[in-house]
Design a protein. Structure first.
Length: 276
């Protein structure tokens, strides 16, 4: 079966004037236009292509890489808005259509949006939606505390950064846990800090809890060595000063220097910490 909106590995069956015809083991056939064919190939070779619909709504293959695949989220640029809806650049020749009913708020040409790609059941077409909450759920979680996850930043608020976790769940990085510049559309690795009783997920960019003590301790030791063996930081230092100098919370800092102190690697003085 040739799957729409996904990568498919297919066999090159024959070459014609329009391009290469590709097929699967169920005798389904799709065209790969000449402009996308590889430089070298032979009939019978296998090739991995992405399948979508052309301007006449026929399945078509391409070797271009789209910015998102079926049932995933992406950060897309709105190329145009018409009386029918919005059209997004998703890396392919034909733009992705987002109908008005699928827009969380009216889209504007030139702006960027988090968009989910799905197949419309009525038309069997690939369409997008910016109503991301419709495609996320926290009732049945597939993650656990301290687990490494993939996140997509959806928007920033006074509380922090709202994120999509593993393409399935909603999460939040609280403002006090953000120590680097992050923006809407950023994709990165992160960690589950806590799962609350109501299944809300707290996210951090560093390994949380006890698992982050050792890396932070090593980092502070490296900073001490780079600074000649002394840093003007201690357990009474203002949290903002620690954040600005080391990029970590005061809580993580205190745990880390506690580890270094117990290992007899540093001396904690009134005006800072010093390597032994």
């Amino acid at each position: 079966m040739i799957k729409l909106g996904e990568y498919n590995t297919l066999e090159i069956l024959r070459e014609t004037e329009p391009g290469l015809y590709l097929g699967d083991d169920e005798e389904n056939v799709v065209l790969l236009p000449h402009k996308y064919k590889p430089e070298e190939y032979e009939i019978g070779d296998e090739i991995t292509v992405f399948i979508y619909l052309d301007n006449e709504e026929r399945p078509i293959a391409t070797t271009l890489d789209p910015f998102l695949q079926l049932n995933t989220f992406g950060y897309l640029h709105c190329s145009d808005v018409t009386e029918y809806g919005a059209f997004m650049d998703w890396g392919l020749e034909k733009q992705l259509f987002v109908p008005f009913k699928g827009q969380a708020r009216p889209m504007k040409k030139g702006n960027w949006y988090i968009v989910y790609l799905y197949i419309d059941e009525k038309t069997n077409r690939l369409v997008g939606s910016s109503k991301t909450n419709h495609f996320l759920q926290n009732e049945n979680l597939t993650v656990e505390p301290f687990q490494e996850v993939d996140i997509l930043v959806t928007h920033l608020t006074e509380k922090g950064a709202n994120v999509i976790v593993n393409g399935q769940h909603k999460g939040l990085i609280y403002i006090e846990d953000i120590f680097e510049d992050i923006r809407t559309g950023d994709k990165m690795k992160a960690f589950i800090k806590k799962i609350r009783p109501d299944n809300k997920i707290d996210i951090v960019l560093q390994t949380p809890g006890y698992k982050s003590i050792e890396p932070n301790a090593n980092f502070i030791r490296e900073e001490l060595e780079a600074a000649g063996g002394f840093l003007p930081l201690h357990d009474k230092t203002d949290p903002d000063t620690i954040k600005n100098m080391l990029g970590m919370s005061k809580k993580s800092f205190k745990k880390a220097i506690g580890t270094l102190y117990k290992d007899k690697q540093i001396i904690i003085k009134e005006d800072g910490i010093e390597l032994i």
